[in-house]
Each structure stands twice: as C-alpha cells, then as structure tokens.
Design a binder for this molecule. Structure first.
Ligand code: ATP
Ligand code: MG
Ligand code: FE
Length: 333
C-alpha cells in the first residue's frame, strides 16, 4: 500500500509488484484552495487529516485486500509541504506498525518518474523530463534507482509559470489545463521569448517569459487594447513547449538513452505531448517515448507504490523515526 500527501492531493493506492494498480484513490482539495489562488499549507494539512483514513479504507476495499495481504507500506517523505507530508507519514507509520509491515520511504519526484512503469516496462539508460508544479528537470537514469539531474530550471517551474500566467488571465488555480485548452483554439501570434534555447546546457528559465506575458497584458490594458486570450495562451504555450522539447531532444542525443519519460503534472499538457511525440518520430525514431495517462501525471499514490518497489528490492526500509523532508533531493536507491 502506498500513501501520498505531499501537497493538495490525499492519495492511497494498492500496487502489485510495482507494476499493477489494484486501487488508486485520489481525494483532491482543489476547491478549498481555489479562492486563495494557490495551496494554503495549513488548510492542506487539515484536509489530509480528514481524508487519510477514508482513503486508506477505500483503497483496501477497492483492491479487495486487508493488512494481512500486504507486503509493505510506502510513503512520500519529501519533497513537499512539511505539514502535509507529516499526515501521510504518521498514517503510514501507524498502519505499518499495527500490521507488522515494513515502511518504505519514497521521494515524490522519483514517484512521478516511476509512474511510467505502471504503463510500460522501463529500459535503461533512460532520460526523464520532470515537469510539475514545483520542478522542471532533466534526469538521466543510468540504471534502476539512479538519478542524475543534468539540467533544471534556474527560476520558475513550468507548472508554476502556467499558474501565474493563468492568474493574469483571470483563470482559477491551477490553470495549466485551462490554458492548454485555450491554446488549442488560438495561434502563436505574440512571439514570446524562447529562454536559454540556444545555450549550451540543459537548463531552463521561465521567469522571463512570465514577465514578458505580464508586461504585454499590462501595456495593452493601459492602452485600452483588447488581447485575444486564445492567441495569448497559444503563444505562451508555444514558447514553453518549444523550449522543453528542444532541450529534451538535445539531452537525449547527448546521452545513450533507450527511453524518454515525460512525467509530472505538466506532462498532462496536450501541446507538449503532441510536439514531443512528433519531434521524436523525426529526430530520434529509435527512442521510445513513455508519457503516463493523465490520471497518473498529477499527484497520486500509485506512482509512489511503483517507485517503492525499487526500494523494496534493494531493502531500503525506514524505521519509525523517519521524518518528513520538505526539500528532499534525489538519492541513489
Ligand atoms: P511537485 O511535483 O513539483 O512537488 P506538484 O505536486 O504540486 O509539484 P503536480 O501535481 O505534479 O505538481 O502538477 C501540478 C501542476 O501541473 C500545476 O502547476 C498545473 O497547472 C499543471 N498542469 C496540470 N495540467 C496541465 C496541463 N494540461 N498543461 C499544463 N500544465 C498543467
Ligand atoms: Mg496537486
Ligand atoms: Fe507532484
């Protein structure tokens, strides 16, 4: 059984051998945070407290198992909001202790990558483009459980840029999905910058794009000009997607990879999925692209169960003193 509570989704899943989903219950708190325009940590913790036992019961009942059928309890211990993490961690410890099961500590970002294993067997070496609300990273995995960040954002994460730009357009939080939808009805007419696209590294930057977007809308407002929101969304998305795809393809050419995984909440983006797949077909036809289905891109416990399987095979278990680590970095499993 796996538990995830790092941000604003309380989720519990039952997974077989790190590959097969028996249940994956996700309780989202989005409606409680919308009116604040972002996740309020204290509100998130309180919701996790209310939801966690209900989610555990539902996950076990949907999978038709009891504590006796389980091999271990896996839990996200970072990165994320400390109060939110502690709720999942306390529940996992209590359940593990009561049922005499080992406790497996899981990194949330490793979870996002291993969501791909719920779709296809992984082949190493592989490259992962991790794009989420808090992270934008290119991660090279030479083998199972090994993570090397070869490039990352110098400022905002891709999802964060989507959410900030959405706020300017008056969209509710989180606005990635809505901008993606608007973008498909518009065209790239505003020519936003493609930050760092030609630089000789695998890093990203999205704060300049965000400023360009804000300045454009602000100036138009002052002049009383109306802007086409569909074209604005399409132009913003074209910039984000072009930079993500160009740098990822460059990384896949520089490293001897067999597969590319696109993971994290922003991997749900239709524009990114389409352009990545089309570019790979032309430039790297032998590379296998794995993008998890939408329900496994956002935060969920099934992905934590998938990553936990690697830890279990390598006997990386935690004791009851396991603590939350809000800024946890990748560690070799
Ligand atoms: P992290 O995983 O870095 O700790 P997080 O868990 O909050 O952060 P996720 O849940 O993985 O982030 O992803 C949420 C982000 O994904 C939000 O910023 C949201 O706007 C973005 N997102 C969701 N769907 C789409 C989409 N279709 N297009 C672009 N962005 C999207
Ligand atoms: Mg979330
Ligand atoms: Fe996440």
């Amino acid at each position: 059984m796996a538990i995830e509570s790092s941000c604003d989704e309380t989720s519990v899943a039952v997974i077989e051998n790190g590959e097969k989903i028996l249940s994956n219950i996700v309780a989202s708190q989005i409606n409680s945070h919308k009116r604040f325009g972002g996740v309020v940590p204290e509100v998130a913790s309180r919701h996790h407290v209310e939801q966690i036992t209900i989610c555990i019961e539902e996950a076990l009942s949907e999978a038709q198992v009891t504590g006796n059928d389980l091999r271990a309890v896996a839990v996200t211990y970072g990165p994320g909001l400390v109060g939110a993490l502690l709720i999942g961690l306390s529940a996992a410890k209590a359940f593990a202790w009561a049922n005499g099961l080992p406790l497996i500590p899981v990194n949330h970002m490793a979870g996002h990558i291993y969501a791909a294993r719920l779709v296809e067997p992984l082949e190493f070496p592989l490259m992962a483009l991790l794009v989420s609300g808090g992270h934008t990273e290119l991660v090279y995995m030479a083998e199972d459980g090994s993570f090397e960040i070869i490039g990352e954002t110098r400022d905002d994460a891709a999802g964060e840029a989507y959410d900030k730009v959405g706020r300017v357009l008056g969209l509710s939080y989180p606005s990635g999905k809505e901008i993606d939808h608007l973008a498909h009805q518009g065209e790239d007419t505003y020519n936003f910058p493609r930050a760092m696209i030609k630089e000789d590294n695998f890093d990203f930057s999205f704060s300049g794009l965000k400023s360009a977007f804000i300045n454009l809308t602000h100036n138009a407002e002052q002049r009383g000009e109306a802007l086409d929101h569909n074209n604005l969304a399409a132009s913003f998305q074209a910039s984000v997607v072009e930079v993500l795809v160009t740098k990822t393809i460059k990384a896949c050419k520089a490293y001897p990879v067999k597969q590319l995984i696109v993971a994290g909440g922003v991997a749900a983006n239709q524009g990114l999925r389409e352009k990545m797949s089309a570019t790979i077909q032309i430039e790297l036809p032998d590379l296998k692209l794995i993008v998890p289905p939408l329900r496994l891109c956002g935060d969920n416990a099934a992905m934590i169960g998938a990553a936990a399987h690697v830890e279990l095979q390598k006997h990386h278990l935690a004791g009851m003193s396991l603590n939350a680590n809000p800024s946890l970095a990748f560690q070799h499993i």
